[in-house]
Design a protein around this ligand. Structure first.
Ligand code: PRP
Length: 177
């Protein structure tokens, strides 16, 4: 008997591409002449960010942050930490945060607060997959992709114990029985 969970496709690579194209069109409309700074959150956003920026044909810059994960249960946004800092100041910049998934919202509530204190000219949020059923704190997604059910999502950058990030389709795993 295998100890690996069963992996099922939620959103095919073709459906992902169509979603990214639409998000890129919306961002292009708003940022074409603003030289935005797109900030990816490590590690999960790395594939989505890569797909997104290759659909944006105007000047932009890219940076990354990493924030600490939290265990299930009692954590609040105030307990999170920035592990990998931005390389450039964001004061006066038009910033778009690019994230793979919002679950409880704790990570983004913390990060948007952290970035907002650094006085960007504007600060917006672009999220590929939204799992609203798990939300604990409100998060405003300016550029939403798809809504996903309350399943353990993997692939397209998302992991299970660091595995499956490389799956080209957005997928989910069934619990091991
Ligand atoms: C995942 C995901 C988000 C966060 C969302 O990151 O990439 O950053 O969880 O969850 P939340 O809305 O409940 O805060 P994770 O901590 O698994 O790290 P990773 O990006 O390195 O996979």
């Amino acid at each position: 008997m295998s100890s690996e969970p069963e992996v099922k496709v939620l959103l095919s690579r073709q459906e992902i591409a169509a979603t990214v194209n639409k998000m890129a069109a919306d961002i292009s409309r708003d940022y074409r002449d603003r030289n935005p700074l797109l900030i990816g959150i490590l590690k999960g956003s790395f594939i989505f960010l890569s797909d997104l920026v290759r659909q944006l044909d105007f000047p932009l810059e890219i940076d990354f942050v990493a924030i600490s994960s939290y265990g299930r249960g009692r954590t609040t946004p105030g307990e999170l930490k920035v592990l990998h800092r931005l390389k450039s100041p964001i004061k006066g910049r038009h910033v778009v945060v690019v994230e793979d998934i919002v679950d409880t919202g704790l990570s983004l509530a913390f990060l948007m607060g952290y970035l907002g204190k650094r006085k960007p000219a504007s600060l917006k949020l672009c999220v590929f997959a939204d799992k609203p059923s798990r939300r604990r704190v409100p998060v405003t997604i300016d550029y939403p992709g798809v809504t996903v059910p309350d399943k353990f999502i993997v692939g397209y950058g998302l992991d299970w114990d660091e595995k499956y990030r490389n799956l080209p389709d957005l997928s989910y795993i069934e619990p091991i029985r």
